[in-house]
Design a binder for this molecule. Structure first.
Ligand code: MN
Length: 205
């Protein structure tokens, strides 16, 4: 309990989505979004706030907690960061930028051959990841792109890489809409990924 003269402990809050809950349907249904954002992500946010209370982590950014924490705090903090990145790369199909341009497009061509080839590789990593986890398009310090398969809450920051695009392959991300068909859920996700957001994250470190 803090008195009014003390600085309140930092707390993280649930991000607001920059689109309506129904705006990604049918690719991602309103029901999926309501559970994924309002229940799953909210729980991770609550857990982080409880776990950092009265610890050295309370003054840190979410990214620094993800870089430094272990165990339950790492898992929950990484899940908050992962979902923030994920939800903010999604946009209604009518407004999403469907193909990257500029330096990111050039890097994709250089490192994967083509945008289509990169998508195939990312989808393959997503469908073949065993159990729950994330696949990432990430950037190293030289601006090179890599695809990373991570179990559970794994985030590229742990490997000194910058996360650009994360695909959530936990069942909660797709089971309501696609049941067991993870491959189809990835296939349908491309249409609601906004490459403008991914471009804006590239080359920023
Ligand atoms: Mn999720």
């Amino acid at each position: 309990m803090t008195t009014p003269t003390e600085t309140p402990a930092a707390t993280f809050t649930l991000i607001e989505l920059p689109y309506e809950m129904s705006a990604l349907a049918p690719n991602v249904s309103e029901e999926t979004l309501r559970y994924h954002h309002g229940k799953h992500l909210q729980t991770y946010v609550n857990n982080v706030n409880n776990l950092i209370s009265d610890t050295r982590f309370v003054t840190m950014t979410l990214e620094d907690i993800v870089r430094q924490a272990d165990g339950s705090l790492y898992n929950n903090a990484a899940q908050v960061l992962n979902h923030n990145l994920y939800f903010l790369t999604l946009a209604p199909s009518s407004v999403a930028k469907h193909t990257p341009e500029g330096p990111l497009a050039a890097a994709i061509k250089r490192d994967f051959g083509s945008f289509e080839a990169m998508k195939v590789q990312l989808a393959k990593a997503a469908t073949s990841l065993f159990g729950s986890g994330w696949v990432w398009l990430a950037e190293n310090r030289n601006g090179n792109l890599v695809i990373l398969s991570e179990s559970n809450a794994g985030n590229p920051l742990r490997h000194g890489l910058t996360p650009l695009l994360g695909i959530d392959v936990w069942e909660h991300a797709y089971y309501i809409d696609y049941r067991n068909d993870r491959a189809r859920s990835i296939d349908q996700l491309w249409d609601v990924i906004d490459w403008q957001v991914v471009e804006d994250r590239y080359g920023k470190h």
